[in-house]
Ligand binder design. Structure first.
Ligand SMILES: Cc1cc2nc3c(=O)[nH]c(=O)nc-3n(C[C@H](O)[C@H](O)[C@H](O)COP(=O)(O)OP(=O)(O)OC[C@H]3O[C@@H](n4cnc5c(N)ncnc54)[C@H](O)[C@@H]3O)c2cc1C
Ligand code: FES
Ligand code: FES
Length: 1260
């Protein structure tokens, strides 16, 4: 089937499930495999990493495919690439691991001795949500030749008795001569045969692969509507996500003329099918050999290529594909236009050459090509003497991201002068096509390259590069400002090249040129342990090796059952509407469809929800959010089910939706209860205050983005039993909800959880659709795995919060010293269309309203906004990060309004021993001050501050910022029912069972090595009282339960140990206890003691204990583009004794939350960011350049990066004469940073009057 991808083929037809599905759009790298082919004309073997999710199976004729299974296995032999990532603790949930392994493997096949920069480049197309990337890079650093000293442990290590988390001496040596060879049969076929025209026919499409240009032109003549496909990185997306059907596909990838590269008198000509990787290699070589004045254009192309997608995409995407897609945000087209590239177009009757200028693109994704024509080649010209060229790309994330604005600029001077003879400025992201700013360029001809020209250019550009305030993509003010800022960068770069005086050289600076400087130090101290005690040691994740080889089984890896069916969802396209009718007649007739399900088909109760039953399994009469599940289609395959689901017609009567917090406030659309925590006397506090401040901050939501999307497999068993394999954090809750929907007792439903590809709260009640899989007849196995876009649209995430100090009373009152004496703060969270766990999330935010600061008179209120968004839910931190973010915002404002250093004001307000929280819990054993002082010392705060000030005084357009923030962490759920756990431990006469840290606990208590203990799974038929694995409580709760069970077993074995003190475990168990008929199985139980806070009386104990942490971060921002770089982070966290320091290493989810991850919703409530292409989680390059961490850094400490950015922005504003507090919402995206750094360029691009237009997206 021409529409079948390599990934589907591997997973579904071959059962090779090591290659994972994370997004299906080339954005996560989980599906990375290596392709190898013999290139006849160069007689070279090529090995390259690709995304299997985009590779058409039909494109693999004469190509060898190597998957993670092919390079090693636990049973056979591990490849060093697999072994090292596991042993360096670079695999946690493991879902991303096979893809990362294959990217590294492909790199080593081409370059057995890479440099660290090569390793980083190889990972541009891979994402991981768990590890924070550092352990992966540390492990793979061992393959590199030049052990860059920047990557080694820094010098101040003697402050600790630090121990490395792994020992490279334990690694198997890497021998590149032992790799699997290219199949000889393929080699001879490749050498000897011309393939002729290959033709594959499927249900909906035919794949025609000609091997000669004439054949290609003939076919295009015969099929003018045929789609040409080379890398399929554009067409693949159109078919998968835009429902496009292309009946005839022409695949010219192997035609010599289209792959040819020739050097002419004017430049280099690339065949249109040349891959971007190949083009980059050719241009790099040219730059090395040609005189510099000839390679200005090549360097600009290389600059764009460097940040173009990931390597997996560049290895297959063709230059012709980029041009012909005619995307307005293409990165290469602006350079091609500014450089005046020439294109050769061809049809059966001949060829013509056209200039790539503003006439080439005729409209959105349209060009001058006639239907029968194809693009044969592109000529990229040499630059001339006196010509200077630059290219720019600004995207939300540095690596693997599409542009917000992209630009290329070329200027030619009259020889020997600085007078402009020719100027071409081209921009992407500013119109429906790539455009040339012709009026501006013409207006500057004949001018000297100086300040006057700059001023004229800015005012002309501001007039020419306009955007409608409602323009798709939003960020209108930012995009307009960027057109000027980027020109200014070009202006300065040219000045520098002309060797003219440049006083503001920091403006030329591009973060894109920065190498990641990794200075990694993670330290832990082994507390004088017994040598045989595994607790506290960096023990490798028990499944890490299997994860690295692809042998670890995730839910969707369970082999297909015979006659298994697939379920696809029918979801609402409206945020709020009555359902007038549903017509499934067309869907029911489609191939493979077995049935369609709607609310009336639910055998049990349609009402559902984790606490309140205010959700529906299937929408009945009304929908309350886009993505609300209305029904489902069950069919023989995923493809058939999904196609049929799209054919179901729903008629709506639209109702007014409420989307944003502000809309909910205006409509008073709140859920009850409105919680309040109050302590002291607010009025007296405000009277005492010398100053009073108001303020507000909005904190955006966050998508869980676990690499494995939600998945369930339902298997009917005898007597009406149902066995469910679910990716859920709460097996018990899933069991009860499924039973309720089925109308059966819970004992008929068994929920099994082997492992999950990432967790962080979103999987707490099982995916909503798992309650659906079972009703249908209960006779067939049914599977459903959400596509990434569906997952993001249907499920909620972290609650967006709006925090405002005060409403009727004055908000923050403080003394001249900076001591805060009164605070009145209101929190509003965007709950969505059902309560879910939102009340508890809000309570948690309120518990954190002081963070680590003591305020004598305080009131916090929490409003739960009822909106028409998918219901938001638990997420790591559970409302705490939002609560504390608001705190740090007003604390920063207090410092700024007093003009005092923020760290002094924060220090002054820190809790001290014996003080009590707003919820009347007295604080004892506080280590906050120690963490604070230690963090100041270790980070060298004062020296850094001085250096930052010097740097800022010398650089106008880049600024550095520094911030230190503290954190008080509550240990456990405040909901009593959740603070319990059960464990079942069996001793077998040959081993026993439970997860990595739990195994360590069992090992200590039983006094046996971890190797004797086996990890099984969580399932409801073994342990009934499972609590969700969340709230950072799992180790406490489950560890307590395991300890309890093991102690009971120990007591039972004690007589045998006493009798035979020198005996072995086997002697006591197998030889003695077993024969004595001792029960070797027991369950353990643990509940957190003495909890019971009451909101009504503000009394009772809310938390079992607190822990404290402090983080100091330094950042640098580019004031012109809003890009930022994390220079350094130092974290001191008091965690007591870590159970496993290798697993307790920080992640970068907090960094994503506060600086990068942004969900965009349309005013009608449609989620616009539905995959890794538009929703950016941190990538390899986003981790701090220098990270010093002691203990497990919780998510909120990443706020120090946010406030360091705010500090840097303040420095920039000071240059424009602006001082005092200002609002900065979270995340501190490039757009927000740039807009906040107001300067001469922002003044030229004022925002449109709010309310005068409909924005593309709204702040929810
Ligand atoms: C994850 C991801 C990241 C991306 N990142 C970027 C990025 O950073 N910057 C950027 O600019 N783009 C990016 N893209 C877009 C895309 O990769 C490029 O546009 C790529 O160059 C397309 O090449 P292809 O060979 O894969 O095209 P295909 O999908 O094979 O074809 C694309 C289009 O070009 C036409 N076409 C191809 N060759 C010819 C020919 N010879 N004659 C006539 N028509 C032809 C096809 O008919 C089709 O319409 C990204 C895409 C993905 C999936
Ligand atoms: S699944 Fe292929 S890149 Fe994400
Ligand atoms: S280990 Fe990388 S996504 Fe979980």
């Amino acid at each position: 089937d021409p529409e079948m991808t390599l990934l589907t083929y591997l997973r579904r037809k071959l059962g090779l499930t090591g290659t994972k599905l994370g997004c299906a759009e080339g954005g996560c790298g989980a599906c990375t495999v290596m392709l190898s082919r013999y290139q006849t004309h160069t007689q070279q073997l090529l090995h390259y990493a690709v995304n299997a999710c985009l590779a058409p199976l039909c494109s693999l004729h004469l190509v060898a495919v190597t998957t993670v299974e092919g390079i090693g296995s636990v049973a056979r032999e591990l490849h060093p690439v697999q072994e090292r990532i596991a042993m360096a603790h670079g695999s946690q949930c493991g879902f991303c691991t096979p893809g990362i392994v294959m990217s590294m493997y492909a790199l080593l096949r081409n370059n057995p001795k890479p440099k660290m920069a090569d390793v980083e480049e190889a990972f541009h197309g891979n994402l991981c949500r768990c590890t924070g990337y550092r352990p992966i890079l540390e492990g793979y650093k061992t393959f590199t030749v030049v052990r860059n000293t920047r990557y080694l442990t820094p010098v101040n290590v003697d402050l600790f008795s630090a121990t490395s988390l792994f020992n490279p001496a334990d690694f198997t040596p890497f021998d590149p001569t032992q790799e699997v060879i290219f199949p000889p049969e393929l080699m001879s076929l490749s050498k000897d045969q011309r393939s002729g025209l290959l033709c594959f026919r499927g249900d909906r499409a035919s794949w025609l692969q000609p091997d000669s240009l004439d054949e290609f032109l003939r076919l295009k003549w015969e099929h003018p509507d045929a789609r040409v496909v080379v890398g399929n990185t554009e067409v693949g997306i159109e078919v998968k996500f835009k429902n496009m059907v292309y009946p005839v596909i022409l695949a010219p990838a192997f035609i010599p003329e289209l792959n040819n590269v020739s050097h002419t008198a004017d430049g280099v000509v690339f065949g249109a099918a040349c891959t971007l990787s190949h083009m980059g290699a050719v241009l790099k070589k040219a730059v090395e050999t040609l005189p510099p004045h000839q390679t200005e254009v090549f360097l600009a192309v290389l600059e764009q290529l460097r940040w173009f997608a990931g390597l997996q995409i560049r290895n297959v995407a063709a230059v012709g594909g980029n041009i012909m897609t005619a995307s307005p945000i293409s990165d290469l087209n602006p350079v091609f236009m500014a450089a005046g590239c020439r294109l050769t177009l061809m049809d059966k009757d001949g060829s013509r050459v056209v200039q790539m200028d503003d006439g080439f693109f005729t409209g959105y994704r349209k060009t001058v090509l006639r239907p029968q024509e194809i693009l044969l080649s592109i000529e990229i010209p040499y630059s001339k003497k006196f010509q200077l060229v630059s290219a720019f790309k600004q995207s939300p994330r540095r690596e693997d991201d599409i542009s917000i604005v992209t630009a290329a600029m070329s200027v030619t001077f009259t020889p020997g002068t600085d007078v402009v003879e020719d100027l071409r400025l081209s921009y992407g992201g500013m119109a429906a096509t790539t455009v040339l700013a012709k009026k501006t360029a013409n207006g500057l001809l004949g001018r000297h390259w100086g300040e006057e020209l700059l001023q004229e250019a800015c005012s002309l550009l501001a007039k020419e590069m306009t955007l409608d305030p409602s323009a798709p993509g939003g960020m209108v003010t930012y995009r307009r400002t960027l057109t000027l800022s980027l020109f200014y960068k070009f202006y300065l770069t040219v000045l520098q090249k002309l060797r003219l005086q440049v006083s503001e050289h920091s403006g030329c600076f591009s973060y894109r040129c920065l190498q990641t400087v990794l200075l990694i130090l993670h330290r832990f101290i082994i507390q004088s342990l017994r040598p045989d005690d595994s607790v506290g040691r960096p023990m490798m994740h028990l499944s890490a090796l299997k994860q690295a080889t692809g042998e670890a089984v995730y839910c969707d890896d369970v082999p297909l059952y015979e006659n298994e069916l697939y379920l696809a969802l029918i979801t609402s396209s409206k945020a709020h509407a009555n359902i007038l009718s549903v017509d499934a007649s067309a869907a029911e007739k489609m191939p493979g469809v077995v049935t369609c399900l709607f609310a009336d088909d639910i055998p049990g109760c349609n009402a559902t929800g984790p606490i309140e039953h205010d959700e529906t399994v299937l929408a009945h009469r009304q929908v309350t959010c886009v993505g609300h599940i209305i029904g489902a289609v069950v069919a023989d395959t995923q493809l058939h089910a999904q196609r049929a689901a799209k054919a179901v017609r729903v008629q709506y009567e639209e109702l007014q939706p409420i989307i944003t917090i502000q809309e909910a406030i205006a409509a008073k659309s709140f859920y009850q209860p409105i919680r309040t925590i109050q302590k002291g006397d607010l009025e007296a506090g405000f009277k005492q205050a010398d100053h009073i401040l108001e303020g507000e901050i909005h904190i955006g939501g966050q998508e869980h983005f676990y690499l494995e999307t939600n998945v369930t497999l339902a298997v009917p068993r005898e007597e009406g039993e149902m066995e469910l394999f679910v990716s859920t954090q709460s097996a018990s809750k899933t069991q009860s909800l499924v039973a309720k929907a089925l109308g059966v007792p819970a004992n008929r439903v068994v929920v099994r959880v082997k492992r999950m590809g990432g967790v962080s709260g979103g999987r707490r009640a099982g995916p909503p659709f798992c309650r659906l899989l079972s009703p249908w007849q209960q006779t067939k196995t049914v599977r459903c795995m959400l596509d990434r876009d569906e997952d993001m649209m249907i499920t909620g995430g972290r609650h967006p919060f709006y925090g405002k100090q005060g409403e009727t009373t004055p908000p923050v009152g403080f003394l001249n010293s900076g001591k805060v004496v009164s605070l009145d703060v209101s929190y509003y969270s965007n709950v969505g269309n059902s309560m879910d766990l939102s009340a508890s999330v809000m309570e948690r935010a309120l518990f954190h309203m002081e963070n680590s600061y003591s305020v004598a008179n305080v009131r916090g209120r929490g409003f739960l906004c009822r909106t028409n968004l998918p219901s938001n839910t638990a997420f790591r931190g559970f409302g705490g990060p939002q609560g504390m973010m608001v705190t740090e915002s007003w604390m920063t404002d207090v410092a700024q309004s007093l003009g005092r250093p923020a760290e002094q004001v924060r220090r002054l307000n820190l809790y001290v021993e014996g003080e009590s929280t707003p919820y009347n819990q007295v604080l004892d054993q506080i280590t906050l001050d120690r963490c604070w002082d230690e963090c100041l010392t270790r980070s060298g705060y004062q020296e850094r501050r001085a250096a930052v000030d010097v740097y800022n005084s010398q650089n106008r357009w880049t600024k550095r910022g520094l911030a230190i923030t503290a954190f008080q962490k509550m240990s456990i759920f405040s909901v009593c029912v959740c603070v319990q756990a059960g464990a079942l431990v069996h001793i077998y006469t040959d081993g026993s069972g439970l997860h990595t840290k739990m195994v360590q606990v069992a090992s200590r208590v039983l006094g046996i090595p971890c190797s004797k203990i086996h990890i099984s799974e969580t399932s409801t038929n073994t342990v009934p009282n499972t609590s969700p694995t969340a709230a950072s409580a799992s180790s406490d709760l489950n560890g307590g339960a395991v300890q309890n069970a093991c102690e009971t077993l120990n007591q039972r074995l004690q007589p045998y140990k006493t009798k035979n003190p020198k005996g072995s475990w086997e002697d006591w168990v197998s030889e003695a206890a077993y024969f004595d008929r001792v029960n070797l199985s027991t369950n353990g139980f643990y509940k957190t003691p003495n909890l019971g806070y009451d909101f009504e009386t503000n009394s009772g104990r809310a938390f079992n204990y607190f822990s404290y942490g402090v983080a100091c971060s330094e950042v640098e921002i580019d004031c012109l583009t809003g890009a930022h770089k994390n220079l350094s982070t130092t974290i001191v966290m008091d965690v007591g004794n870590s159970l496993n320091p290798a697993i307790d290493i920080g992640q970068v989810r907090g960094l994503g939350l506060f600086t990068l991850e942004e969900l965009h919703y349309s005013p009608q409530g449609v989620l616009l960011t539905r995959g890794p292409g538009s929703y950016k989680i941190p990538a390899f390059g986003d981790i701090p350049a220098q990270l010093t961490a002691v203990g497990e850094p919780p998510l909120f400490l990443a706020a120090s990066v946010f406030y360091a950015i705010k500090d840097a922005i303040s420095a920039s504003r000071a240059e424009s004469g602006i001082s005092g507090p200002f609002r900065l919402d979270s995340p501190a995206s490039a757009e927000r940073i740039r807009n906040a750094c107001s300067d001469r360029f922002t003044k030229l691009c004022p925002p449109a009057e709010p309310g005068s237009f409909t924005p593309w997206s709204v702040q929810v």
